[in-house]
Structure formats: C-alpha cells, structure tokens
Design a protein around this ligand. Sequence first.
Ligand code: UDX
Length: 433
Amino acid sequence: MRLSVIGCGYLGAVHAAAMADLGHDVVGIDVDEAKVQSLSAGRAPFHEPGLPEVLEAGLASGRLRFSTDMADAADADVHFIAVGTPQTAGSDAADLTYLEAAVASLLPHLKPGALVAGKSTVPVGTAERLAERIEAAAEGAELAWNPEFLREGFAVKDTLHPDRFVYGVRSQRAADLLDDVYRQAIDAGTPRIVTDYATAELVKTAANAFLATKISFINVMSQVADATGADVTVLADAIGHDARIGRRFLNAGLGFGGGCLPKDIRAFAARGEQLGLADSFAFLREVDAVNLRQRERLVAAAVEALGGSVTGARIALLGVTFKPDSDDVRDSPALDVAERLHELGAEVVATDPYGLPNALRRFPALVTASSTEDAVRGADLVVLATEWREYRDLDPAATAVLARHARIIDGRNVLDPAAWRAAGWEYRGLGRR
Ligand code: UDX
C-alpha cells in the first residue's frame, strides 16, 4: 500500500520505517528540514535499538523516503498523523497546534477515498472534531483513530508486534484498510479492537494513566516501607504474584518521566476537569504529585547520607536518561535530581551510555564523565538514577576502591543490598531496609 506518515519525531520515524519493513511504500513528512535530511541519510535523530537497521533497509529498498513537502504525500491511500501533542506552556492541557497544522496542510492533498489515521495521543473528543473536515476534503475520505502504545527502547518491536491494535472508526471500510496495513500482525492473531473514536482515544490515555498509577502506588508503598522497615521490592514480588495485580510496573524508585507518561496524565486530568469530573480526576493529580515527590525523597536521602548537607560533596550520578536504552532526558527524574543536588552545592559528576549530549543541552552546567569509573572516582556518594544494564552489573568491590566514601543510593532498587554491604558499602534504596 502507499502510506504517508506525517510528523517524523519519535513515533513517526519509527512508524514510517516499520511500515516500509512490512513492504509498504512509505513517505515520511516533517516540517523540520534537518530531521528530514538526517532520516533520508539513514541516521535516526535519537537512540533507539533496531531503528537504524529498519531505516537503512527501507531506504535501500526504495520503499521509504522522507520529505518536507506535503504534496509528496498526495498519492497515499492511508495517511498516519504522528505529530507531537506536547504539554501547553503554562497549562496541563495538550497543545494541539501541530496536529491542527498537520491536518490543515494535508487536507488539500487528500485523494478520493483516502484514510487519515490519527496516531498521536489526543484529548478525548479530538477525532470527532476533525472528522467532518476530513470527510469534506475529498470524496469518500475518512478519519480513523489508531493509537500507538510503543515504548522507547522497544519502539520497533512494539510497532511491528504490538499487544493489540485499536481502531476508532466510523465505517467497516476504514477498519478493513487498517487491517490491510497491519496484515502480517493481524494474520498472526494480534487482537484488534474496533470501536468508536472516543473509546479509541481513551484506550491510550487510560492505559497511560493506569501505568502511572501503578508506579505511584508502589512508590507510596516504598514510603510506608521506609517508615516501617519493610522491603518494597519483596512486597512488589509478593503482590505481583496475584495475576489480577501483576508484577510489571511495580518497581519503586525515582518514578516515571519521559515524553509521554507525565504530560499524558496531566492532559488527561485537564480533560477530565473540563468534562466536569474534577473530583474524580483528583487521584490522577495525586499520582503526578507522588511521582514528583520521589525526586525530592532521593535528594533528601542524599542530604541525610552525607550528614546533613551535600554542599561541596562530590556525587557520582549514574544515568541521566528517564529510562535505560534511550537517550531521552525529557522530564527525566535522574536529571532533575542532578540539577537539584547541583543547586544545593554538590559537585555532581554524571555519566550515561547515551544520554549525556541531550543532558548537556538541557543542563549545560552538568559535569560529565565518559565512564562509570571516572564518575565514581573520588566520589563521596554514588547515586544510581537510571538502571542501565552496566550499572546493574557493577562489581561492588571494584567500585568501592574508586570511591572516596563507599556510599550508594540505589534510586531504582536494582542492586543487591547484601552484596553491596558485604563489599563495604553503605547502601540505601527507596523503600528497602
Ligand atoms: C510509555 C508507555 O509504556 C507506552 O505504552 C506509551 O506508548 C508511552 O509511554 P515510555 O515512555 O517509553 O512508554 O516508557 P516506560 O517504559 O513506560 O517507562 C516510563 C517511566 O516509568 C520510566 O521513567 C521508567 O523508569 C518508569 N517506571 C516504569 C518506573 O518507575 N517503575 C516501573 O515499574 C516501570
């Protein structure tokens, strides 16, 4: 099929390359010339495992190209809208400027029967509002809402082999067209939910809100654990055995960040409030607040570990990204902690396998080290802030030799406290004895 993907950020670049991998003829459209040039040369503008390979294969096959000119999308049968819907400056609502601009510039190029498939995360009610304009733009043109659930670090795999497809449609024909796009996965038995626009939009925001709630729930349990001498990791394992609860997304620690969960739950709460459901959405505001407090808790633990003040102390920060296998520092708990400790007068030396260039763009005063050894050498305190594999696998004895004081705060609860204590470390987790 001929497809266009409008917006080649995280979601769109991955979607375009993955659709070409499925055998479709794909053009990715973006207003950012530099991004289009980079993608056209086979360079992914961010670190994502597996993306360079599908990008190169797509370009080499001639099935994938990128352009800044919307006219290049004119012959597509399906147009995927994958533009960003960031948080509006000064408010929690989603900023739909890019979405509006993308739709406005696409309308004159729609051919009869074209399907526009929205993938961006939007406030419920958005598709309903856009549908009429799309239907009026060309004979038989229609809109579907087809949310995306990909995770950074697994984006290609999640796009090609999702847990489920969700189609918000007004006609069987629109559902059939999307089935044709995703034929391989549909034939392989991937569940597919065909529903109305509002439900499709809500599936995405509800899923994110639920995941965020799970994380904040376990982080509250980590506070109870700290107050009572219990161990939140054992608690999570034990409650996670109940299949109704499940163990995933119950890792207590620095909490969630990134380009999706934080802004999506705020936008969802703002939309709930608009719909007159402020009382009911208060819990989601609290989920956000609990999450942000985890960062303060870690800073307080650092102050305590250093005897009441971090001023002048050298603190090695392991990890700056919001999660491992990503170079993304958007709303990164790790980087927030670095900034706060720096403000309090600590000498923070940060290291990260991929995130340092982005971290320095956001926080130019950050002192960086290109290896874990260099970061830890001479440190009064080590803070594990992002659970990259290489930090989980650190040898406590070899690391103790480098530090000035063998003190560590495990901000992600991923190290074995007994092993670290046996090697002479003063170990603290968040909610772990
Ligand atoms: C998330 C959703 O998982 C995905 O479905 C949606 O499409 C976009 O948002 P992503 O932002 O890539 O994906 O990250 P995810 O793996 O979900 O992690 C989000 C944050 O939660 C990270 O900062 C992670 O460290 C944190 N987290 C996750 C926890 O603190 N504890 C956990 O148990 C799990």
